[in-house]
Design a protein around this ligand. Structure first.
Ligand SMILES: [Zn+2]
Length: 373
């Protein structure tokens, strides 16, 4: 058996390749297209998405307005900042994610405008499209190539990452670090990424023209509503306190939904055989086996997390609106059973959370490397 090694940054520079499709990908695509042809439904531009957008933006606006202009007690502020954080996470899951994947509408301009909701929240949609659509969606769970599983040195999420002593307690302290995710994204990560013009070893073009204007204007709009306007009405420490409180719940919500799909015991973390950056599995099989669905029967949760509890379907069909994922899941699950592709799903949110906890504990306490594929 050849020695194992992680997919390192070198391999990530466009050199990681997947085996050819052996029929699964073509067949599952054929069946999903047949589903849309049969039902007459559109893959994008669902009226449900436009309604959802209105509800989420209204939720955001009302929470913010009441927090800044009406709240007079600490508890009112705490309640409203929680509501604001959940509305912001909802916009992240339910509007910008579809839009920046090109799954919101068949018209590029609509996707672009809806994608700007991420800039409104203080994170560049331009940079996110490279980080998420390429780094994470192509190289899912490959350490060194998937930027989303890189929490080093604070946490070891993949067996291919080195283990440090402090990781033995990561299942306890990682939650506290989610507090910093949002401020770090707002004020550090985007600027670092821009300066380096690289994400997990892969280069990308720096924004120019309209993209550069959107990036700068987005940051300015965010600073205006999150800091400048509140500072006109409240002391600085009150503004900071509620920015911190909102960031804590927002970061935790975003991180947990991501973690439950990719960093659980049932998700695979492949490593390439030594000397090769070619995985023996085809891309579509890799996507299914590195991803886990959860709480598919919970309609409220499905609505709120923008179908990201159906991440297997999202990874196979990122350009189809998330409102269709529950039905597509039935097609994907059946095809997986026929083609012998491992399809994993947790029945409940709690079950997925418990599995994430056990995965963190295992990664912090064992040195085991995943099996080669
Ligand atoms: Zn995505």
């Amino acid at each position: 058996m050849p020695a194992l090694r992680p997919i390192d940054a070198d391999a990530a520079r466009g050199k990681v390749t997947f085996a050819r499709d052996t029929g699964f990908h073509a067949e599952v695509k054929r069946r999903v297209l047949a589903y849309f042809a049969r039902t007459g439904l559109s893959e994008r531009d669902s009226p449900r998405m436009y309604l959802k957008t209105a509800v989420l933006l209204l939720w955001f606006g009302v929470s913010y307005g009441l927090l800044v202009f009406a709240a007079t007690t600490f508890w009112q502020g705490a309640l409203l900042s929680s509501s604001l954080a959940l509305a912001m996470a909802g916009i992240g899951f339910g509007i910008q994610h579809d839009a920046n994947h090109g799954a919101y509408s068949s018209r590029a301009a609509v996707n672009r405008v809806m994608g700007l909701t991420l800039d409104m929240l203080g994170a560049s949609s331009y940079l996110w499209r490279f980080k998420h659509n390429i780094s994470h969606h192509t190289y899912t769970n490959l350490a060194g190539a998937d930027d989303d599983i890189n929490f080093m040195p604070f946490a070891r999420l993949s067996p291919a990452q080195p283990r440090y002593r402090l990781h033995r307690l990561q299942q306890f302290y990682l939650w506290a670090l989610y507090w910093f995710l949002f401020p770090k994204w707002n004020f550090v990560d985007d600027f670092k990424t821009l300066m380096r013009a690289r994400i997990s070893g892969q280069g990308f073009p720096r924004p120019r023209g309209a993209s550069a204007v959107e990036l700068v204007a987005g940051k300015a709009v965010f600073v205006a509503w999150a800091f400048v306007i509140p500072l006109l009405f409240h002391p600085w420490w009150v503004v900071l306190l509620f920015y911190g409180a909102t960031s804590l719940l927002l970061g935790t919500t975003l991180a947990v939904v991501f973690m439950l799909a990719h960093c659980v015991e049932e998700a695979d973390f492949p490593v390439a055989p030594s000397g090769a950056a070619r995985l023996s599995r085809p891309w579509a099989v890799h996507q299914v086996e590195t991803t886990v669905d959860f709480a598919g029967g919970n309609r409220l949760l499905t609505w709120y997390v923008g179908g990201l509890n159906f991440q297997i379907e999202h990874h196979l069909f990122p350009r189809i609106s998330h409102v269709h994922y529950p039905r597509i899941a039935e097609i994907v699950r059946a095809a997986c059973a026929e083609f012998g592709v491992r399809y994993a799903a947790h029945e409940t949110f709690r079950g997925a959370l418990a599995s994430h906890w056990r995965w963190l504990r295992r990664m912090g306490n064992t040195l085991a490397l995943a099996a080669s594929v």
